[in-house]
Design a protein around this ligand. Structure first.
Ligand SMILES: [Zn+2]
Length: 609
């Protein structure tokens, strides 16, 4: 419906956009790309290229083409497409983290333009906007773009010629990853025209996943490595859909990039999915490792669901939640009379899990006696109730989880080494939320739906700065913490409005000061304090100085851009203040000077205090 003016150099390309409210068309330029280019640094002296704080590569499209061909030929076209799509998704998600950081005070469309502009800067394609409607808070998005000079179809066509399917997989992944992270909810792009179909250019359309109907099911498939409904009978699929794991209502929520409970497109998470699928059909004992709150129980349930004993029970025990004195009777049952004061006999969790899976969470804190019994159960397949002399055979697959380093526990004499080896047959490390930030949109969307429904609240979504704050947040409590935050946000946000930072971080979470420099629509910290300044200072600048200093000190050869002592000191001062989140006394202590000395130095550099 719209129209770009004549081609000009990319840096000042004109872009026509539908205004955020929709309807009228206003014409504006792509913002000057200088702000993005200034974050691209070639450091041949130490063999690295940086885009802000991300290390980049300059690779030959020809060699990527070779890899692509090998992927297609060795894995098949579907698997190759999936891999490349997810690779693109990952880099799009990374670039999205730059958008608000680089253009904190711009309009939403200018901020969004970081994506297309970086895509061009990175040499993937020329992006011409056709139509763009964004409302982050309402979660509304429609984007239509034309791609010219795609690096990807060029290579594909060179090798395979014109075909029947669009082929710009990495790029579609990039657009989806970028926009999903920018919007804080899953947005899927499809290539509706592609040069590889014989058309003159490629054309892509992006919409929230829910708005795509059946036609996008195929495209969606490539965002996830493993579908856990694959290979299940129809009944099992139905059962699977009715089993809510993350919570009770999650099964009904629309999901993307995975089923309701195992969602994500990140490589770390996909590796977990892959290993679960691998081991599920065996009888091997599985040990899930990872910080608390990463979803180890969800993984265990999924493992059970797709295993051969999925018709049997799934019994979960949190070893930490049971008083130590009761652990044994809970696990192994108790026999009336004899040595116990039990009024009646009852089976333990082991017996109840017979024919199915027993999930032992926080296994690291089991008492040594209970560990001995557990070892026996694993080795002999039999258990003994407390106060009983009779042994009972059990057929149970044990899946354990811990956030402790069991080797440390062994060294400290708190964990049996023989049990460790018994459990550690197939360890799977579940990544922390920090390691899978590109999954945030999918997870946020999932939780938003879930709690909106649970609490009957009419909350539209998240504000831009809330999304950014969550991207920058460290998530020490992982997915569980995120659930709490989103639930709280859903409750606190105004009806018909969006969840903002103040609705999320209310119980003293330490938020990175950096994000307060954003000020998308109304600055969060209008005080103009040093903190803001430090926040506005790109970390890249500090990092650049750090790299130079490092090269100097470590005697790394090669050309080093000259750095003045002054610059180094400025970077140190800013870094310390940033690290101390604006607490000048703490910053001074880090630097081994007094507070007045710090203030003096800051002022002498024209940095406001
Ligand atoms: Zn294409």
């Amino acid at each position: 419906m719209v129209t770009r003016e004549k081609a000009q150099p990319a840096a000042s390309e004109r872009m026509s956009l539908v205004s955020p409210k929709g309807g009228c068309v206003d014409s504006l330029r792509y913002p000057d790309i200088a702000d993005l280019m200034s974050r691209l640094h070639f450091a041949p002296g130490d063999g690295r290229i940086w885009l802000d704080d991300q290390r980049m590569l300059l690779v030959h499209t020809g060699s990527v083409g070779v890899m692509r061909r090998e992927l297609i030929e060795s894995l098949g076209i579907d698997a190759a497409r999936g891999l490349l799509t997810r690779m693109g998704y990952n880099s799009g998600a990374r670039d999205a983290e730059l958008a608000r950081k680089v253009r904190p005070d711009s309009t939403i469309t200018e901020m969004f333009a970081v994506g297309p502009q970086l895509h061009m800067l990175e040499g993937m394609t020329f992006v011409e906007p056709v139509r763009l409607e964004i409302d982050v808070e309402k979660g509304e998005y429609y984007g239509e773009f034309i791609w010219k000079n795609c690096a990807e179809d060029e290579e594909h066509i060179r090798i395979y010629g014109i075909g029947a399917e669009p082929v710009c997989w990495t790029q579609i992944g990039y657009a989806s990853g970028y926009t999903s992270v920018f919007m804080g909810r899953p947005i899927l792009y499809r290539e509706v025209e592609c040069r590889a179909l014989g058309q003159a250019q490629c054309r892509i359309v992006g919409k929230p996943v829910e708005e795509w109907g059946e036609e996008a099911a195929d495209d969606l498939r490539f965002m996830q490595a493993q579908s856990f409904t694959q290979g299940l009978s129809a009944g099992a699929v139905k059962r699977e859909q009715s089993v809510a794991v993350l919570g009770d209502v999650s099964a009904q929520t629309p999901t993307a990039f995975g089923d309701a409970n195992m969602v994500g497109a990140s490589p770390g998470f996909n590796a977990v999915c892959h290993m679960i699928r691998r081991v599920a059909s065996t009888r091997a004992t599985v040990l899930f490792l990872g910080e608390s709150g990463v979803g180890k129980e969800v993984c265990a349930r999924t493992l059970h669901r797709i295993s051969a004993c999925s018709n049997g029970p799934f019994i979960a025990v949190n070893c930490a939640a049971i008083p130590e004195a009761l652990v044994e009777s809970e696990l192994f049952g108790v026999e009336r009379g004899g040595f116990t004061d039990a009024k009646q006999s009852r089976p333990g969790r082991f017996e109840r899990a017979n024919g199915g899976t027993l999930f032992l969470d926080e296994i690291g804190i089991l008492s040594l006696t209970a560990q001995g019994k557990l070892l026996r159960a694993l080795q002999e397949g039999e258990i003994e109730r407390v106060g009983d002399t009779q042994t009972r055979r059990v057929n149970v697959r044990v899946v354990a989880a811990t956030n402790l380093d069991l080797k440390d526990e062994i060294r400290a004499g708190r964990f049996r080494e023989d049990l460790y080896f018994r459990l550690n047959v197939f360890p799977i490390r579940v990544p922390s939320l920090r390691e899978r930030r590109e999954d945030l949109p999918v997870l946020l969307n999932h939780m938003l739906h879930k709690y909106r429904e649970l609490h009957q609240r009419d909350v539209t979504g998240f504000t831009g700065r809330a999304i950014d704050a969550m991207l920058n947040y460290g998530w020490p409590g992982n997915i569980r913490e995120m659930e709490n935050l989103v639930e709280r946000g859903v409750i606190l946000a105004p009806d018909g409005g969006a969840i903002d930072i103040s609705h999320l971080f209310t119980s003293g979470e330490t938020i990175d000061a950096e994000m307060f420099g954003l000020g998308t629509n109304g600055a969060l910290t209008p005080t103009g304090s040093l903190l803001d300044q430090a926040a506005a200072t790109p970390d890249a600048e500090i990092e650049r100085v750090a790299r130079k200093v490092n090269s100097l000190l470590m005697g790394i050869s090669g050309d080093i851009e000259p750095t003045s002592l002054d610059d180094i000191e400025t970077a140190l001062l800013k870094g310390a203040v940033q690290r101390a989140q604006g607490n000048l006394s703490a910053a001074a202590r880090t630097l081994g000077i007094t507070r007045p000395q710090l203030v003096y130095r800051l002022k002498s550099r024209g940095l406001r205090v």
